[in-house]
Design a protein around this ligand. Structure first.
Ligand code: IMP
Length: 177
């Protein structure tokens, strides 16, 4: 069933069951890979809140979770962009961090956030994203856990928004062109 958000139309793309199955697989893999590593999950707001919630409910190993917002500004690093984490109160030093993101598009956000995060000296950092658009990637970014690789088309739902709307859809919709 086609839906409309503001001025755009979207068609069903990834259904509830497919999402649940894949998220269960990701969690199972993380439970194996991070057994005895006491990982710290960091969910990136706003987009990842639904994915993070469903993923974290399937995590059975000792772990903690926290949420942050990212703000970018032109800084003085070589790359020119600094990403600061708002609300990062957790002690990251010597933790195995798993970033939970909704989608990696150009990779700019994650690339710069990893740079900022390294200043806190985590033991390790892994990225777990629900979606990735490999064709759009502009940065040498390693993404360890990807739910679905998708083509370079705009999507909404399951936490992802179009101009703030559509996050509450239980499934993911793709823009109709
Ligand atoms: P990047 O820095 O280009 O990788 O952008 C990542 C951010 O852009 C994500 O966290 C989303 O907030 C947003 N984004 C990228 N593609 C989409 C999309 O298809 N739908 C909704 N948001 C998107």
């Amino acid at each position: 069933m086609m839906i409309r958000i503001l001025d755009k139309h979207f068609v069903p793309y990834i259904g509830e069951e497919e999402l649940a199955t894949r998220i269960n697989e990701l969690a199972t893999q993380i439970n194996i890979d991070f057994k005895d590593k006491n990982p710290l999950f960091i969910g990136i707001l706003n987009g990842s809140f639904i994915f993070a919630s469903d993923l974290y409910k399937q995590i059975t190993i000792p772990s903690t979770i926290s949420f942050i917002k990212l703000a970018s500004y032109k800084g003085t690093t070589s790359s020119g962009t600094v990403i600061t984490a708002i609300g990062l109160e957790e002690n990251i030093h010597d933790r195995n961090v798993i970033i939970i993101e909704d989608i990696v598009d150009t990779g700019n956000t994650m690339f710069h956030f990893l740079e900022s995060l390294s200043a806190f000296n985590p033991s390790s950092v892994a990225i777990c994203t629900l979606l990735q658009k490999p064709e759009a990637l502009l940065k040498p970014l390693e993404v360890q856990y990807v739910g679905f690789k998708i083509p370079n088309k705009f999507v909404v739902g399951y936490g992802l928004d179009y101009d703030g709307y559509g996050r509450n859809s239980k499934m993911i919709f793709q823009i109709k062109e």
